[in-house]
Design a protein around this ligand. Structure first.
Ligand code: G3H
Length: 541
């Protein structure tokens, strides 16, 4: 079979799908979590079609894997009221619990979450088409993230468990919650990225309304009971539905204190504008990016190609950190392209459960049409598809396409493709990629490939002021999760990392007193008799 024939025959017949992957499929999810109850929704539901299609006698068709509730504004407001009541202006059970107690709740949650692993991973694979192996990795990374967050919170609390005396004033400074947090994550990491805002928001004492992404909602079904059982009522509320219907009313209520959104700047800007009290709203945003790779003449080509393939095509390029445009020194462009095409053509592709699979069907409806449009636009304006099978479509599958030479008149030069299209352009002067970065609306990361320390150093210094991470001879990526993850311009607001996230979902607040005898006696009594959870010197061991 030729490569193109293999692509055209990649979808399985239903009978060929391993039976173990089909338990709980279809999943008719009717529950949503509000005020400590899993309520049953009998109204309309969203049909969930997997990016995995199935072959039949005619063309392949999307595989039906379940349904989830399409709630309305009324249920969104119930969730909001529950979160507002649970916070109770900072007087609720959860925001006034000690850090140790909140950590204990979270540890119980981790235990329950691990029990649900197999189901969560399976839904993740079916809902977004991520390989089974990467779906498992996403789950494990999330557990690690929670455990690291708890360790970081203990450290933070230890530092705060002492008094500071300055200019005759005794102070104790701690971090306190902000209020009601609205959390929304993206489809590409529907578990991990959602939890990177949810977990720190919760553990710092806020109450949360969580709306899972459109693709990646069913995987919350196996976790709902754990959320209900572990946290006090109203502290975590999970609603489902169309974002554009249920989210704007929440923002317009003025009762959301923090918007934690990993999504697009368009959505973030529209939501921020709805809030009637902008100064009361904090935003923690992870948004788009168009990270470039710059391949210098001195680059080790094997290494550059390996990393560019990973950077451009891991999870089919559906990562905000993906490499989305490659600038290659003109002198090595032909060799680079030839080897890149060989590497791309050799990538294992197929169904997410197949051992070693790398390229899988894309998650969003209509995505293959969009990617084809980007390709045709580039081809009409003078680019060629370097790998002949590039851009071959079968249902929801799009074989990665390398486009060359790309230039600024083409859409793919500017638009974040978020899919398996690799635009490449040659440069003679290093000013070309630098100008691209200066003029880009985004500023997340860059990868530079080369071996001359002088040349690399000359690039690093200007580039760190354009983006927030310069990767040397390696693809762009978020991890390790202890490193700061952020961006300039339209790429982010606030910084996420295990420890930074604890800060962005909290505010420093302090108790201060002039160092008089009376005040010293009061503070000593409060601390000695453990009368306050805030004014305390208990040290978490
Ligand atoms: O979509 C953006 C993710 O944060 C990327 O994370 O670099 O670990 O794949 P990653």
């Amino acid at each position: 079979m030729t490569l193109i024939e293999k692509i055209q025959n990649l979808f399985p017949r239903p009978a060929d799908i391993p039976a173990a992957l089909l338990s709980d499929i279809p999943c008719i999810q009717k529950g949503y979590l509000v005020n400590g109850e899993i309520r049953v929704w009998d109204g309309p539901r969203q049909e969930v079609l997997s990016p995995v299609w199935v072959a039949g006698d005619a063309s392949p068709t999307p595989f039906y894997i379940g349904e989830y509730p399409l709630l309305t504004e009324a249920q969104a407001f119930q969730a909001l009221d529950a979160a507002v009541d649970a916070y109770d202006h900072g007087r609720g059970v959860w925001p006034t619990l000690s850090v140790v107690e909140r950590i204990e709740h979270m540890e119980q949650f981790v235990f329950r979450m691990i029990e649900a692993k197999e189901r969560v991973v399976r839904f993740l694979m079916w809902e977004v088409g991520k390989s089974l192996q990467d779906s498992q990795k996403e789950f494990d990374r999330t557990i690690q993230y929670i455990n690291d967050t708890l360790a970081a919170l203990k450290d933070l609390d230890r530092i705060s468990s002492r008094f500071t005396i300055e200019e005759g004033i005794i102070g104790q400074i701690r971090r306190a919650p902000l209020g009601v947090v609205l959390c929304m994550g993206p489809f590409n990491y529907p578990l991990n990225e959602t939890f990177t805002t949810l977990i720190p928001a919760l553990v710092m004492g806020n109450s949360v309304i969580l709306k899972p992404p459109k693709h990646g909602a069913l995987l919350y079904a196996p976790l709902m009971a754990a959320f209900r059982d572990v946290f006090p009522k109203g502290v975590i509320n999970i609603i489902f539905g169309e974002g554009r219907k249920v989210i704007p009313p929440l923002m317009a209520s003025g009762k959301i204190n923090v918007l934690g959104l990993i999504g697009t700047s368009k959505t973030a800007n529209a939501l921020k504008k709805l809030h009637p009290y902008p100064n009361r709203l904090r935003c923690v945003l992870g948004l788009e990016a168009k990270n470039p790779a710059i391949v210098l003449e001195s680059a080790d080509l094997d290494l550059a190609i390996r990393e560019c393939v990973l950077g451009c095509l891991s999870f089919n390029g559906q990562r905000c950190t993906a490499l989305k445009i490659i600038f290659v020194a003109a002198g090595i462009a032909d060799a680079f392209l030839e080897r890149l095409a060989v590497a791309v053509n050799a990538l294992p592709f197929g169904m997410p459960w197949q051992e070693g699979v790398f390229v899988t069907p894309v998650a969003e409806k209509g995505k293959t049409d969009y990617l084809r449009e980007l390709m045709s636009d580039a081809v009409t304006k003078g680019a060629r598809v370097v790998n002949p099978a590039g851009g071959t479509v079968c249902g929801s599958f799009f074989f990665p396409a390398i486009l060359y030479p790309v230039h600024p008149d083409m859409r793919v030069y500017h638009e974040e493709q978020f899919g398996p299209v690799i635009p490449v352009l040659p440069f003679d002067r290093i000013d070309t990629p630098i100008a691209y970065m200066i003029n880009s609306s985004y500023g997340q990361q860059v990868s530079i490939f080369g071996s001359d320390p002088d040349e690399m150093a000359r690039l690093i210094d200007p580039l760190v002021n354009q983006v927030c991470r310069v990767n040397i001879n390696s693809q762009c990526q978020r991890g390790p999760d202890t490193f700061p993850f952020t961006g300039r311009k339209d790429s982010a607001e606030g910084t996420l990392s295990v420890s930074d996230a604890l800060r962005v979902f909290s505010i420093r607040t302090l108790v201060a007193a002039k160092q008089t005898e009376l005040n010293k006696q009061i503070i000593t009594r409060i601390v000695r008799d453990h009368k306050s959870k805030f004014l305390a010197t208990d040290f978490i061991l």
